[in-house]
Design a protein around this ligand. Structure first.
Ligand code: SME
Length: 156
């Protein structure tokens, strides 16, 4: 496991992901504890990519419950189908939201959040958790984020 994340400056988004990928793989390594891995992943993405908010919501009974995150405090529970996270859970599809004000039912945990990506993570054919990344700028996320974040989530 690396002692500390190496975060190069002045890279493109894709270069940043490429530099982070092997570091995150090493960080998770053979560690089996999900919460420990989610906690490190939230930190690695927050500081490695300089995102505004990075965190996980875990499926518990019939709700999403806040898990490890980095950034301002957030809502603790989200119903299925509600907000961007609830929609990703319900549909099983990644949600890329360029402008949260235009997403019907968006749940505003922070007034500073402007755009968002939510990626569901499956186990045994069911969504077990979602990764939620928020930006304080409009239109931050695209297919590049989706592709690399999905790669990273495979390490879990
Ligand atoms: N905006 C999310 C809620 C979680 S916060 O952004 C951390 C949503 O609409 O599901």
């Amino acid at each position: 496991m690396p002692e500390e994340l190496i975060i190069a400056q002045g890279l493109t988004k894709e270069e940043k992901y490429k530099s982070l990928l092997p570091q995150i793989r090493a960080l998770i390594g053979e560690e089996p504890d999900l919460i420990a891995n989610l906690a490190n992943l939230a930190s690695a993405l927050k500081y490695g990519m300089n995102f505004f908010w990075v965190g996980f919501y875990l499926v518990k009974d019939d709700e999403l419950v806040l898990g490890p995150f980095q950034g301002p405090v957030a809502c603790t529970r989200i119903e299925k189908g509600k907000g961007v996270c609830g929609k990703a859970w319900e549909t099983g599809d990644t949600q890329i939201v360029p402008n949260v004000d235009e997403f019907p039912g968006h749940i505003a945990c922070s007034s500073e959040s402007k755009s968002e990506i939510v990626i569901p993570v499956f186990k045994d054919g069911e969504v077990r958790l979602v990764l939620d990344v928020d930006s304080n700028e409009l239109d931050t996320f695209d297919q590049t984020d989706q592709r690399y974040l999905q790669e990273i989530l495979k390490f879990l």
